[in-house]
Ligand binder design. Sequence first.
Ligand code: BDR
Ligand code: CA
Length: 319
Amino acid sequence: MTKHKIILDTDPGIDDFFAMLLAADAQNLELRGVTAVAGNQVMEKIANNARGIAQLLGWDCPVSIGADRPLLIPQITASQVHGDTGLGHFPLPAPQKDADKRLAWDFIYEEATALDGELEILAIGPLSNLAIAFLRYPDLPQKLRRIVLMGGATEWGNRGAYGEFNFYVDPHAAEIVFASGVPIDMVGLNVTMQTGISDEEFDDIARTVGDSRKVYSELLEFYRNIYRVNDLGFRIVAMHDSLAAAFLTDERVLEMQNAKVQIDCSTGLCRGRSIADFQSESPNARVAVAVDRPRFWDMVMHSLQNAPDVRVQSSASGK
Ligand code: BDR
Ligand code: CA
């Protein structure tokens, strides 16, 4: 089986964590490294979470630290969704292994060079690390096979009027990535919002992980409740990042259409909006337009069946 050689660029983040469980369960992904980017929480917490999750999943690959803020504008986080730790109350084991000495962009470039055009990036946070990599290494685009990213939307957003969180946080970075010339698969809110967990599905998940691993269903419950408490408009909670990971593993989960995508870098009401022109004759991305929900849920459930046990420790989650 040919495996996708990937670097996972992430800001864990509750749905990032479930995406990582799914990636760990996939047989056709070869993880070359994890790069951490500030987004859902500040870098200190994100770095701790990325290293802790890698350890929990038995990943021996480098975990490299990247951008601690957007390129040009002030930082914001999503602590109201992901909690003070970035992972709710999940009792993440304290990471034992140091972060890689290379910064995220240098690590990405070195791997891309070593893999000679085979490297793919699964980007499920703000795109600051990738943008810095492109600015620093102008020949990087020719060395990457593809970027699969969770971000953007073809209609409305979840931060501001039209912005999706990852693009809203660092719209300038997103614009640089879409202008890079690297083939991009964009998995946006228009499809991820169709993967919300119903009450029945939540019960299924709770049964699947059982009592001994109920930390997983408790984490999902935290995510669900936060959405309800804050009345963000969605009663059910979407597994945004998991859908991008699922697509990389099995393209049948999404239907894609070519489009020219641009990002609104203004800081007004349209901040972070992705505009997808499906009529363009010079597309720069494939944009997800429909989802095979049952296929996706099978993958999520399979990854939860195989999720590791977690021993509860008092030094959890950088608290
Ligand atoms: C994206 O924003 C983050 O909060 C999630 O982890 C996901 O990557 C969804 O808009
Ligand atoms: Ca994320």
